[in-house]
Design a protein. Structure first.
Length: 117
């Protein structure tokens, strides 16, 4: 399984950016897909999750600003980021996991998002 994350870049505060995570197989094969981020000097944190059934959740700091839509036909999950703040600056990682037949976790390469003030 391969996850390819892309779409990072430099954006001004208040702007928007959309990250993409393309999977090498149907995203329905995963129990859930998630976006994580890691800011300089900080631990990696989960930003958003979408389950196989379509349920979503977000960390409090991005609620109302970020969404995690998906395109099943393209095997792609997105992270739509609006009203970006300098504190959103981080490397963003795509993640997916399966629980059957064994628990497996997959990570994509990070993509850097820099929000200037």
């Amino acid at each position: 399984v391969q996850l390819q994350a892309y779409g990072g870049g430099l954006v001004q505060a208040g702007g928007s950016l959309r990250l993409s995570c393309a999977a090498s197989e149907s995203i329905y094969n995963f129990n859930a897909m998630r976006w994580y981020r890691q800011a300089p000097g900080k631990q990696r944190e989960m930003v958003a999750i979408i389950t196989n059934g379509g349920t979503t959740d977000h960390v409090d700091s991005v609620k109302g600003r970020f969404t995690i839509p998906r395109d099943n036909a393209k095997n792609t999950v997105y992270l739509q980021m609006n009203s970006l703040k300098p504190e959103d600056t981080a490397i963003y990682y795509c993640n997916a996991y399966k629980v059957s037949p064994v628990f497996e976790v997959y990570w994509g390469r990070g993509t850097l998002v820099t929000v200037s003030s």
